[in-house]
Design a protein around this ligand. Structure first.
Ligand code: NAP
Ligand code: MG
Length: 496
């Protein structure tokens, strides 16, 4: 559990007790700090300011200043150069950042390294895009010349979760900055250390003061204050559907736009003609990635009924070798982020067992795993009835639900039969069949015969239904982080 603790003296502000506002560290208004613990060991790895509404006010004011001058008025070329410098600075600091991310989130170092590289890649991609946003011009039916300028919102709010803090910062903030917005970011209280450090690195690399401000703190305090702030022009939220709804309500009260990237219950549709060697390896690797704490995790396997025994046997072999444990001990998956998340995942497993759902495959927790670590053994259950919570809820842990189907229509029905609609995966050697199924799915991304959770930086990403709305990544994110102003010149008007 994270605890509040009073800072006795008023030391110099830094990343351990400050909020990053206007290009420097400023002591949080409450003077209180939160603890950051390593979920693999329970060890204290740092402290951070418990930001509150006053801190959010200061951050939004600093962002407003940056949006109105400096950053907001810089050319796309200038913004692109700065973002490229930020990308290079992140790469230069990558070894330290990856170690910090691994200790703060408990994820294996190799995964943390991948996350830092992805964060740099977001800044690089949007650096390249910043001077290529050209708007439109056309002549309307009345002969008037319309010039559609694509312009920044102004000040954008960003609330991100704990599962991929570095990547989420890059994904949310880099396109906003590329458009000329100034940003206020509230990272998750369970993973603040790298976002705070990244803001400082970005500023040192040349991002002007106030263009990126970070207020750590509790969601119900700092997050709620940010989402309700009357001087925001748009807000982007990544996290749970429940909090996403609160953020959208707050945005609606302020009449501002809101993009929501919520969870998923994404299916693998495993057709009888699939290349099972490739498919099973990808399915297992994907549910193990970040211990299943990935919004685009393929957490359901819909397999053609004839395949059930074969798939069960292969999963038993694959899961049988999986070890959850301390990342440095060479385990396959690290801990969950917190005791709360571990208990939540274990509740789902107990419920499945109480309801008589067969446990098809199971991994292990390493015998020498630290007792204070939040480890969960990976498991696969099935067949799971479509109405069971195991087939419907986002568990956010290394738990697979197996369901069966007969024929493509049933595959599509089952795939679409959850509140979510983020991504899907189709495994079939009949590409035309896979394309037909893909086009019937209510999801934002479909992978065919290969799976990279969430796709790359270049690919538009986001959900349908309960998985949210609006798109991040790719050039689409630039549209979400901007609006238009249309100038109409009446060429036929008499000259006075
Ligand atoms: P969450 O509560 O939605 O957290 C996401 C972000 O929202 C965090 O920065 C959080 O801050 C903040 N927040 C919390 N309450 C808020 C409020 N009232 N107003 C504004 N911001 C607020 O998610 P969680 O509790 O960490 O995880 C719960 C479930 O969400 C997971 O089990 C999973 O199903 C889903 N989830 C999805 C994603 C995704 O990538 N789509 C990521 C993470 C979680 P604090 O952390 O400081 O509370
Ligand atoms: Mg932590």
């Amino acid at each position: 559990m994270t605890e509040l603790r009073l800072v006795g003296t008023r030391p110099e502000p830094d990343a351990t007790n400050g909020i990053f506002v206007g290009g420097r560290w400023v002591l949080g208004a409450s003077g209180k700090t939160l603890e950051a613990r390593n979920p693999a060991t329970g060890a204290l790895v740092g402290t951070m300011a418990a930001g509150n509404a006053q801190d959010v006010d200061r951050a939004v004011a600093a962002a407003r200043r940056a949006a109105q001058s400096g950053w907001g008025t810089a050319s796309g070329l200038e913004r692109g150069r700065v973002l490229a410098a930020v990308a290079a600075a992140i790469r230069a600091a990558a070894p330290d950042l990856a170690r910090l991310e691994a200790t703060d989130t408990g994820k294996p170092l190799a995964e943390a390294e991948g996350d830092i590289a992805a964060a740099a890649r977001y800044f690089e991609f949007y650096a390249g895009a910043a001077d290529k946003i050209h708007g439109q011009s056309f002549t309307d039916p009345e002969g008037r010349l319309a010039v559609v300028e694509r312009i920044a919102h102004g000040v954008t709010g960003h609330i991100i979760p704990w599962n991929y803090p570095a990547q989420m910062l890059g994904r949310s903030v880099a396109p906003a900055l590329a458009m000329g917005n100034a940003c206020v970011l509230k990272p998750a209280e369970d993973a603040c250390l790298v976002p705070l450090r990244l803001a400082e690195i970005a500023c040192d690399a040349g991002l002007p003061a106030g263009a990126l401000n970070v207020v750590p703190g509790k969601g119900a305090v700092a997050g709620a204050a940010l989402s309700a702030h009357p001087d925001l022009d748009a807000i982007a939220f990544i996290g749970s559907p429940e909090v996403g709804a609160l953020v959208q309500i707050a945005a609606a009260r302020n009449h501002i736009g809101c993009t929501l990237e919520l969870g998923g219950k994404s299916p693998h549709i495993l057709c009888a003609d699939a290349d099972l060697d490739t498919a099973i390896a990808a399915i297992v690797a994907n549910i193990v990635q970040n211990a299943g704490q990935t919004c685009s995790a393929g957490s359901r396997v819909l397999c053609e009924a004839a395949l059930l025994d074969e798939v069960g046997a292969r999963l038993r072999i694959a899961f049988g070798t999986l070890i959850a444990g301390a990342p440095e001990a060479g385990s396959d998956l690290g801990p969950l982020i917190s005791l709360t998340q571990k208990r939540r995942v274990e509740r789902y497993c107990r419920q499945a067992e109480a309801d008589g759902i067969p446990l098809i495959a199971e991994g292990k927790i390493a015998p020498d795993a630290p007792a204070a670590g939040h480890f969960v053994a990976p498991r696969a259950y099935g067949p799971v009835p479509p109405e069971h919570i195991l087939a419907r809820d986002e568990i956010f842990g290394p738990i697979l639900s197996i369901q069966t189907f007969e024929g493509d229509a049933e595959a599509v029905k089952l795939a679409n039969d959850t509140e979510y609609g983020l991504v899907a995966n189709i495994w079939s050697q009949d590409t035309a069949r896979a394309m037909r199924i893909a086009r019937a799915l209510k999801v934002g991304q479909v992978f065919i015969n290969g799976y990279g959770a969430g796709g790359g930086v270049e690919l538009p990403f986001g959900g349908m239904k309960g998985s949210g709305h609006g798109r991040s990544k790719g050039l689409e994110a630039l549209y979400a982080m901007s609006t238009t102003r249309t100038l109409i010149l009446d060429l036929n008007a008499p000259v006075l």
